[in-house]
Write a protein that binds this ligand. Structure first.
Ligand code: SME
Length: 169
């Protein structure tokens, strides 16, 4: 069945995120496959915001994060726990906004053109399951508004992963 995403760039940032979350909710409930839902999730974010150069998930397995569904250039496949912005987000169980990646000690530059970044953890029953990583080629692309809405979106995803009927494949 054909699916389409309605994107209105004349809306405020808050409204664009609200519009996106509403559509993601109705899209994701139609499918119980985790990889399919995570894939459409990143594609919908990339389609909505032109400021984004790369968006994807890293899944936590043991003491490493592994590259999952993403949109953008090919990327680092694994990140040790505590390393980079992604590894720190897992360790601290918190969203991290990086206005200038050159000022973040230990930043991992998968794309040397990246200037700013935001990483949001996704939880499964209070433990980190994955992180959502979003990059931009401009400085200061993400702020507390992005953090709030991306946090809401990832909380919605958490309900899927915490649901026993969700299938990996
Ligand atoms: N910059 C990230 C690594 C992942 S890439 O940006 C896609 C980090 O420092 O963890």
């Amino acid at each position: 069945m054909a699916e389409s995403l309605f994107v209105d760039k004349s809306l405020t940032l808050d409204e664009q995120y609200e519009n996106l979350l509403k559509q993601l909710k109705s899209l994701l409930v139609k499918e119980d496959n985790l990889l399919s839902n995570f894939s459409n999730f990143v594609a919908a974010i990339k389609q909505t915001f032109t400021k984004i150069s790369w968006v994807g998930f890293y899944f936590l397995d043991g003491d490493h994060l592994y590259l999952g569904p993403f949109q953008g250039k090919i990327s680092c496949t694994n990140i040790a726990l505590g390393k980079g912005v992604c590894g720190k987000s897992v360790k601290d169980k918190k969203t991290i906004i990086v206005p200038d990646v050159s000022k973040f000690e230990g930043h991992i530059a998968c794309d040397s053109d990246t200037k700013s970044e935001i990483v949001v953890p996704v939880f499964k029953e209070k433990e980190v399951f994955a992180v959502l990583d979003i990059d931009s080629l401009e400085y200061n692309s993400f702020d507390e508004t992005d953090a709030k809405h991306l946090g809401n979106m990832c909380n919605f995803l958490s309900t899927f992963i915490s649901n026993n009927t969700t299938k990996i494949l």
